[in-house]
Design a protein around this ligand. Structure first.
Ligand SMILES: Cc1cc2nc3c(=O)[nH]c(=O)nc-3n(C[C@H](O)[C@H](O)[C@H](O)COP(=O)(O)OP(=O)(O)OC[C@H]3O[C@@H](n4cnc5c(N)ncnc54)[C@H](O)[C@@H]3O)c2cc1C
Length: 512
């Protein structure tokens, strides 16, 4: 069997792994990247992150300017961006995860967020302003407090390509169609290499440190059914088909500790016509017609019995979308209909529903017949909803406007408007699993911990396969950020673990 040698092996070719590979290379290591997918399918879930939002702490426009040097002063002058402090980000994480996020990990994400997006810019990643999350107000653009403000140029596909160019320019080899299959250790438990499989067969790569960046188990139906629960094996997967939990399993096999919310995953409302895999786009090969259906906060959402089942206006979709997919999966047939009236059409179009199959009618009963819902049941739901709307203030999408319902269950807490202006339009939505929350236990140096909470020497992890960050829910734009933050730290520490040891002065790098 063929054997090779390298300093740092990085497993995976998504955002987390590429941040790790570049950081290890910057720190002076000889790096090799292994990716299970063929080159034309490279990029994992990162590629499917069409929005490619990166949530980060900032003090408004002055902090954003260094990230976006191409933006002219005349453009900045039309932007209203509230600052987003460390306390804001930390409390958002804790609120949506019901206080379960591990404080040290949440702090790591928050504290490293701005320095990491700035580091990515310095490495060559270009940013754009996320205009589709703003609301035009006259000739100005307003972002609500806590909204993401930047995305990587040309979305997730652009991010993957930019990392690829950076990796190639540094001479870091990437081996596609090469899956890491096992982790090799010596008698002391130190990682000494990785067993790999490719179409040419099996081989071994010896290394001084290994960084796992191979994603979660969203594309493994058996693991989904086992850990997320019955019915999840049938859920649609918004991203790559290659994230089958390999890195997690390999690490558990050598004594790593499993950690985090193993029965939880980020799952959102997506178009009911999306495919079983790569369901982030209706046409993934051409990156056309995104399938996310996030405008439900404006109207109502009913199941096939014509009944509402959640508080559609609980919060901005950025804070509820990641848990709403699971609520749809619990409904009969795993289907829901998002219903809007003509007043809401312009707002809905800002949520990028192009390509979605819509059903329109001049009455609610006609709409119900077209959706094969009992017309009386849907009419009753809409009548009850309309009668419950308290019209004590104007609606305002940019704030939690508090315009609510009274006397119905579930209530609608914000953005409640009567559905009274035909035509009425409905979009069919289902649950799309974005990524899984459970994974490996790491410390803030991104070392993988064993069952005694001690680092496994030479083993680091980054991105989706790390547990402990997200539980139940998640603030939008935090997944790519988690990958970049942990990738940068894991790669740097993987390199320093042996380079600095040579000089007997190793201190685990944590912050830049
Ligand atoms: C439709 C969609 C939209 C999203 N939008 C956003 C967004 O706007 N903002 C945000 O923050 N997050 C978003 N996310 C989540 C985000 O994509 C992920 O959290 C993030 O990309 C995970 O990065 P990663 O590098 O850990 O994993 P990935 O990018 O999934 O990379 C893992 C890589 O490992 C490879 N791999 C797997 N097993 C092996 C093996 N055995 N050997 C070698 N390689 C292996 C895979 O092929 C893959 O390339 C979105 C996700 C989806 C699916």
């Amino acid at each position: 069997m063929k054997t090779e040698n390298c300093d740092v092996v990085v497993v995976g070719f998504g955002n987390a792994a590429q941040a790790a590979a570049v950081a290890a290379h910057v720190a002076g290591a000889k790096v090799l990247v292994l990716e299970k997918a063929p080159e034309k399918k490279k990029g994992g879930n990162t590629w499917f992150s069409h929005g490619a939002q990166f949530r980060h702490v900032h003090n408004g426009i002055p902090d954003e300017k260094p990230l976006l040097p191409h933006i002219q002063e005349s453009e900045w002058a039309k932007i209203d961006l509230p600052s987003y402090t460390k306390d804001d980000f930390y409390s958002d994480i804790m609120r949506v995860t019901r206080g379960r996020s591990v404080p040290e990990l949440a702090e790591l994400l928050v504290n490293e967020s701005y320095s990491t997006v700035k580091w990515m810019r310095e490495m060559g990643i270009q940013w754009e302003i996320l205009y589709n999350l703003s609301k035009p107000v006259g000739d100005r653009f307003a972002w609500h407090h806590g909204s993401s403000f930047i995305n990587s140029k040309d979305g997730g596909g652009g991010l993957v390509e930019m990392w690829y160019q950076i990796v190639k320019s540094r001479g870091i080899p990437v081996r596609f169609e090469t899956a890491a299959a096992s982790i090799l250790t010596d008698d002391s438990g130190r990682v000494t290499g990785v067993g790999v499989e490719s179409p040419e067969g099996k081989s071994t790569i010896n290394c001084k440190a290994l960084v796992l960046g191979s994603g979660g188990f969203s594309a493994n139906p058996a693991m989904r059914a086992q850990f997320l629960g019955a019915g999840w094996d049938l859920a649609k997967v918004r991203g790559t088909k290659y994230n089958t939990g390999d890195g997690i399993q390999m690490a558990l096999d050598i004594g790593a500790q499993s950690f985090g919310h193993w029965s939880g995953g980020h799952a959102t409302p997506i178009d009911a016509d999306a495919g079983d895999y790569e369901a982030g786009f209706l046409d993934p090969a051409n990156r056309r017609n995104r399938t996310h259906r996030y405008a439900w906060t404006l109207g109502i959402m009913v199941n096939t019995a014509g009944r509402r089942f959640i508080d559609e206006g609980e919060d901005f979709h950025a804070y509820t979308y990641a848990k709403t997919g699971s609520e749809i999966l619990k409904q009969p047939g795993g289907i829901a209909y998002q219903i809007f009236d003509q007043k809401l059409a312009a707002s809905v179009s800002r949520y990028l529903y192009e390509g979605a199959a819509a059903v329109s009618a001049n009455t609610i009963k006609e709409l119900a017949e077209m959706l094969e819902i009992n017309p009386d049941a849907l009419q009753k739901t809409v009548d009850e909803f309309n009668n419950a709307v308290v019209e004590d203030r104007p609606t305002d999408e940019v704030i939690r406007d508090g315009r609510h319902t009274e006397g119905i269950d579930p209530p609608k807490t914000n953005w409640a408007q009567k559905l009274d202006t035909p035509p009425y339009t409905a979009y069919a939505a289902t649950c799309g699993l974005t990524f899984t929350y459970g994974g490996l236990k790491i410390n803030t140096s991104c070392q993988v911990l064993n069952k005694f909470d001690r680092p496994i020497p030479g083993l680091y992890a980054a991105g989706e396969l790390t547990g402990g960050f997200f539980y139940y829910n998640y603030p939008s734009g935090s997944g790519l950020l988690r990958g970049a933050v942990t990738g940068k730290i894991a790669g740097t520490n993987a390199a320093r673990s042996f380079l600095f040891k040579t000089f007997k002065s190793f201190n685990a790098f944590k912050t830049s």
